[in-house]
Design a protein around this ligand. Structure first.
Ligand SMILES: *Cc1c(COP(=O)(O)O)cnc(C)c1O
Length: 390
């Protein structure tokens, strides 16, 4: 790797020259089936012709003007996102961490309005919310925080999927103003909470005047088989953050708010130079068009079930397989050993997979993956695990 790059990553010695759909080709011409999709970003696959054309046309027309002026595509995108989610308004950022920063700032202002001088936000162990100082402080992973103290104050940590712990925190801490969780923990290993978890969080938030804030940066935009993962339940959050798949690779994040949370920010309380620019919002508008016109979210439900059933059938009986978890196309295979080496081994065979939390193979393929392509991923992963099990 070039010495002039800061070593914040340890990339595989592979560089891709082009992509099409679920496939990538490296600089030597080798083809890969991409079951990572740029970490849940390229939901519509690589070089989608409709998205590519929209980006190109927008680039020829207008890329950036700043938020000192109205931006038509930004307004249209906010309308679409609110209609899809049932929330009321949107702030646009350029990344997931920035969307969460907006949510954290919004929660603190909300607390101040309620007369709480030192507002606290409940967050979960095993969570991931980003790499900025506030979002790494919210993140429930010591490795992400190591070396960066003093951390940002005001986060109260509880175990994920532990309602009793939240009730205890609520009973003993009068400074709490919000709960921030992922509906399914992604980096934490595809951790799926009990079916009534969000419902119970909603009830606790309502009883205590907390904001329920869902980080849907990884789960949103169809990944779990609904537009947003909270739509598997009957509840609505007060705040929801999006990024990753929203622009299919064009950087964009969003912080949505509803009800009482929708009137917290006023001119001057938050901002972004690039946020919601014509290029990014045109890309995201087109992503939404394609997702709805091609019924892709229904497809995610079907193909996600197919993945889960096949993987369970082929792997669940192995003693080294702890558990197989999945919601739509967010799939985790937790092994009883450290399996980071599978990433390079699978790439060798032309399939890109991810390993998270050390022992969990995570599959996040493009939402457009078909059954034959799913079989290729399933067979590669099954072979790797079986060979290792011996
Ligand atoms: C990726 C991710 C983030 C951070 O997004 P960035 O765009 O990398 O800042 C935050 N929360 C969740 C759940 C994520 O998956």
């Amino acid at each position: 790797m070039a010495h002039s790059l800061m070593t914040t990553y340890a990339p595989l010695p592979i560089s891709f020259a082009k992509g099409e759909g679920v496939y990538l080709w490296d600089t030597t011409g080798k083809q890969y089936l991409d079951a990572v999709a740029g970490v849940a970003v390229c939901g519509l696959g690589h070089a989608h012709p409709v998205i590519a054309e929209a980006i190109a046309e927008q680039a020829r027309t207008l890329v950036h003007t700043s938020n000192l002026y109205r931006i038509e595509h930004q307004e249209a995108l906010s309308e679409r996102l609110c209609a899809l989610s049932g929330l009321d308004n949107v702030f646009f950022s350029n990344s997931g961490a920035e969307a969460n920063e907006a949510a954290i700032k919004l929660a603190r202002l909300y607390g101040k309005q309620r007369g709480i001088e030192r507002p606290n936000i409940i967050v979960a162990c095993g969570s991931f919310h980003g790499r900025t100082l506030a979002t790494l402080s919210a993140t429930g992973n010591r490795k992400v925080q190591a070396g960066f103290s003093p951390l940002v104050d005001g986060f109260v940590r509880v175990n994920f999927n532990d309602i009793a712990a939240i009730k205890t925190a609520a009973d003993t801490n009068s400074d709490i103003v919000a709960i921030l969780v992922e509906p399914v923990q992604g980096e934490g290993g595809v951790q799926i909470p009990d079916a009534d978890y969000l419902q119970q969080l909603r009830e606790i938030c309502d009883a205590n005047n907390y904001l329920l804030m869902l980080d849907e940066i990884q789960t949103g935009m169809g990944r779990t088989g609904e537009w947003f993962a909270f739509q598997h339940t009957n509840i609505k959050p007060d705040v929801m953050t999006l990024a990753k798949a929203l622009g299919n690779g064009v950087p964009i994040g969003a912080c949505l708010a509803g009800g009482k949370a929708a009137s917290i920010f006023t001119p001057g309380t938050h901002g972004s130079t690039f946020g919601g620019n014509p290029l990014a919002t045109r890309a995201a508008l087109t992503v939404i068009d394609v997702l709805s016109q091609e019924n892709i979210i229904d497809h995610v439900k079907t193909i996600g079930e197919y993945f889960l059933t096949a993987l369970t059938q082929k792997l669940a009986h192995l003693s080294t397989v702890n558990v197989i978890r999945g919601k739509g196309l967010m799939i985790g295979i937790e092994l009883d050993y450290e399996c980071t080496h599978f990433v390079a081994a699978a790439a060798e065979q032309g399939v890109l997979i991810n390993v998270t939390a050390g022992n969990t193979i995570r599959l996040l393929p493009p939402l457009i993956i078909n059954q034959a392509q799913a079989d290729e991923v399933i067979n590669t992963v099954t072979d790797l695990i079986q060979q290792q099990t011996g």
